[in-house]
Design a protein around this ligand. Structure first.
Ligand SMILES: [Zn+2]
Length: 458
């Protein structure tokens, strides 16, 4: 799900420390008011353990086979081994080129199944992301598409290092060039990795730097190590807050993956080839939280984005069929989760009242399907979605709101879910909500201009 990088989070809290934001924003956040105790009120105690888990370090051209032969004491044997290594390196370069050729052809034909045959499935999150990527081919086939690898280097691993299987690894700079119908030529380049399994080379995605603690794994692009550390520090508290708000137990076995991008175009391409809207974050069921950030991003900006995206993660944990809920419900949940982390209920409320006075409320059906929504009303899914979540929370209470979300997560359509939980149809709820926006309300807080407002138009 998407959020704007410029409109939403352009204000940086500068040297804000953990906890600074809550003083100013949390008291008016409905989400927080509905919590019995604020889970973050005691601050976060450290103790995280950092482990470097960078998968690929180019040391030499020793392949798995050559590695296992050991020795090398005798000159003749060394020469033979080097010859073998060179032969294997040439063979790997050719094979990877062929794989990318086959992937490119599959994409150009819109053949998602053929594309996925070349994807490494040893990383479940990556495999899920690639299935979503390929599914886009069933909706939009690029007019032109080409993947090219350069600088292919085989990397040594101890045999049996991955799932008890002997594997070979290589990395390469991957360049993708493509054009969608009616669009312009696009291109991205980044370091990628390939895995050989049972004699076949498979595409294994970007070669990331990685930091992890128990339960959180952050993959990051070059230069984002400080941001990655901040994510490791801040996310546990966000997780606790969001789960408490949604009355959802935390699974101690679960690992949350976060991927930090520096390039908007690369993030868009990672989602799927037809994706062109500006965005700063993304999450779908089973996928990592993807974030666009920079080494200069402020702590508040990072927390706000993380909390919104983790709101999506938590909503998907409520039940598989939550994805069938109207899109504005999903964005409303995420905005609710981000309250107190840079998302302000007060600002949303003030803005919605102004929009209601101006006759700008958008019909809910127009924002029901992410894939069909007109760009002009996209941002209203966040704003209206957030506001009606706040309205429902205030009127019926946190548990009833959560029961509503759980009804969506069981696949109940909007009207059924609303009748089941609130005892009225959605039209009636909508009427009451609209009336609440135009009713009298003393709203004498500080002006809204300083508050970050979610938007989807970048
Ligand atoms: Zn979202």
């Amino acid at each position: 799900m998407r959020q704007s990088p410029s409109g939403a989070f352009e204000r940086s809290a500068g040297a804000a420390r953990l906890g600074d934001d809550f003083e100013g924003l949390a008291p008016l956040a409905k989400f927080d008011l509905l919590l019995r105790s604020r889970p973050f009120s005691n601050g976060y105690s450290g103790g995280m353990r950092l482990r470097r888990a960078s998968g690929l370090i180019v040391v030499s051209l020793l392949s798995c086979t050559a590695w296992s032969q050991d020795g090398g004491r005798d000159k003749e044997y060394r020469a033979e081994m080097l010859g073998e290594v060179e032969r294997q390196a040439r063979e790997a370069t050719t094979a990877i080129g062929e794989v990318l050729g086959a992937m490119s052809e599959a994409v150009a034909r819109g053949d998602d199944a053929a594309y996925l045959e070349h994807i490494w499935t040893g990383d479940e999150v990556f495999a899920t992301e690639q299935r979503a990527w390929a599914k886009d081919l069933t909706r939009h086939v690029p007019e032109a598409f080409e993947l090219i690898a350069s600088d292919i280097q085989e990397t040594p691993v101890a045999c049996g290092a991955m799932d008890g299987h002997a594997v070979r690894l290589a990395n390469a700079t991957l360049t993708a060039r493509w054009r969608m119908a009616g669009g312009s030529d696009r291109k991205v380049s980044y370091l990628t990795k390939f895995v050989e399994r049972d004699g076949r080379w498979l595409y294994a995605g970007r070669a990331w730097e990685t930091l992890e603690t128990d339960g959180i794994r952050v993959h990051y692009a070059d230069g984002l190590e400080d941001t990655a550390r901040r994510v490791l520090e801040d996310l546990p508290e966000i997780i606790e807050h969001v789960h408490e708000g949604f009355e959802l137990p935390i699974d101690p076995q679960r690992v949350q993956e976060v991927k930090l991008y520096r390039s908007m175009r690369e993030l868009q391409f990672a989602i799927y080839p037809s994706y062109v809207e500006s965005l700063s974050g993304w999450n779908e069921p089973g996928e990592s939280i993807k974030m666009l950030t920079s080494p200069r991003a402020g702590g508040r900006q990072i927390r706000a984005l993380l909390a919104h995206e983790y709101g999506h993660v938590a909503s998907f944990l409520l039940g598989d069929r939550i994805v069938e809920a109207p899109w504005w419900v999903l964005e409303g949940i995420a905005e609710l989760a981000a309250e107190g982390y840079g998302m302000s209920w007060r600002a949303t409320d003030r803005r919605m009242r102004q929009i209601a006075r101006d006759g700008g409320i958008v019909e809910w059906e127009r924002m029901a399907d992410f894939h069909g929504v007109e760009p002009a009303v996209m941002r209203m899914a966040y704003l209206q979605g957030h506001h009606i979540m706040g309205y429902v929370s205030e009127r019926f209470g946190r548990s009833a709101r959560n029961a509503w979300l759980r009804a969506f997560a069981r696949g109940k359509p909007l009207d059924d879910a609303t009748r089941e939980v609130f005892g009225m149809g959605f039209d009636a709820l909508d009427r009451d909500w609209r009336a609440s926006l135009t009713g009298d309300r003393n709203d004498s807080g500080e002006p809204p201009s300083g508050e970050p407002i979610p938007s989807a138009d970048g």
